[in-house]
Design a protein around this ligand. Structure first.
Ligand SMILES: Nc1ncnc2c1ncn2[C@@H]1O[C@H](COP(=O)(O)OP(=O)(O)O)[C@@H](O)[C@H]1O
Ligand SMILES: [Mg+2]
Length: 357
């Protein structure tokens, strides 16, 4: 239906539909008569539903702004306000730039309202620095891992030679310790080097993939952990490397399970976002996959650095799980973000949906 609409739409319509700014039109009673797709995203409401409501039901504050809008309607004078704290129904607070222009339509005044989400701009620059910071530290860890890997091969080889020369079983125990520890270190170093393979893309159904991961982790877990599913079945198949995505999701779910310890709840939620920007690139369709747990939350002193390699809050952790997951998702031009408070931790995978293989 959307495709047909696009085909038949005129140039001004297409422009409105692809704008990043929310455009809203109300009649003189502040009844909404139009909302573009960016507006649907902002209010998390379809344009059809929005057109059954009044502006005051969508925007519940600040009072000052609503008063200005009413004045604009009466006086016919446009106005602009910057960095307003806008209160949306559902009590979400957003920082926005707002322009209101009264327009005359068949002798009646209508209001053209433009809202630009500046929160999103701040987030985009944060995302960029997250990506850059991750790249730099991953590079550092990789070169360090390379430096360790070379002499490690030498140590293991020498221990093996020495072992073949030894006759006492007691002494051989020592060389076996050296070999076993060198192998353990080699595994760690390989993990530090991170995933190297370029993605082997194929058609992926996100829900089949999540079900595989879910079965896998449920087999590992104690009975006290429940995994809920909140899937949007309309998400199309897309092109990606399923093994790399499984690895990324597994790392996130395992962390959630470790945080929950014996009992708790994990929710896997999928949605699709339209015209969404990741880093500086705007994508038509983006998968929004959330892994939510009701555990104790990420320690506040860690949260800013959590995606960096070697950052861990667990005594037996390596601090590589999140850095690897982030790097796998970055390779698919996506990003992982997180937010956490005690009782609610969410890891959000944002992945552009490439529809062609
Ligand atoms: N869902 C979560 N809840 C609470 N803390 C978490 C969660 N996910 C990750 N963490 C914190 O982030 C740290 C880093 O995770 P990760 O990179 O996977 O390394 P590791 O699991 O080896 O410690 C964890 O040690 C933990 O402190
Ligand atoms: Mg981990």
């Amino acid at each position: 239906m959307l495709v047909n609409l696009r085909k038949s739409s005129t140039l001004p319509q297409r422009v409105l539909e692809n704008l990043n700014t929310c455009i809203l039109l109300t009649d003189q009673d502040m009844q909404i008569v139009y909302l573009n797709p960016a507006g649907e995203m902002l209010f998390q409401l379809s344009s059809k539903k929005a057109c059954q409501r009044k502006l005051t039901e969508l925007i519940t504050g600040p009072f000052d702004l609503l008063r200005h809008i009413q004045n604009a309607l009466k006086s016919g004078q446009p106005f602009t306000r910057r960095a307003l704290e806008l209160e949306l129904s559902g009590q979400r607070l957003l920082s926005i730039d707002c322009t209101v222009t009264p327009v005359e339509e068949a002798g009646r005044t209508e209001l053209l309202i433009e809202l630009l989400n500046v929160d999103r701009q701040i987030r985009i620059s944060k995302e960029e620095s997250l990506l850059e910071q991750g790249d730099a530290s991953r590079e550092l860890v990789r070169s360090l891992a390379h430096e360790i890997k070379n002499p490690l091969g030498g140590i293991r080889g020498a221990a093996q030679l020495l072992q073949s020369e030894l006759h006492s079983e007691e002494q051989k125990e020592y060389t076996q310790v050296i070999i076993a520890e060198a192998d353990r270190m080699r595994q760690l170093v390989d993990r530090m080097l991170g995933p190297n393979a370029v993605p082997h893309k194929q058609q992926v159904n996100i829900h089949e993939l999540l079900e595989r991961v879910r079965t896998l982790v449920l087999a590992e877990t104690q009975k006290g952990i429940v995994i809920h599913r909140d899937y949007d079945p309309s998400i199309p198949d897309f092109s990606a490397d399923p093994d790399q995505l499984i690895q990324a999701v597994l790392n996130l779910i395992r962390n959630a399970m470790q945080a929950l310890d014996d009992s708790g709840e994990i929710t896997l939620s999928t949605r699709v976002l339209r015209q969404f920007t990741i880093g500086r690139t705007r994508h038509k369709l983006v998968l929004d996959l959330k892994i939510i747990d009701n555990g104790p939350g990420i320690p506040p002193e860690l949260i800013e650095r959590i995606f960096l390699p070697m950052i861990t809050g667990r005594s037996d952790g390596t601090g590589l799980g999140l850095s690897i997951a982030q790097s796998l998702v970055n390779r698919h031009n996506g990003l992982i973000e997180c937010d956490s408070k005690p009782g609610y931790t969410v890891f959000n995978i944002l992945l552009p949906l490439e529809l062609e293989v």
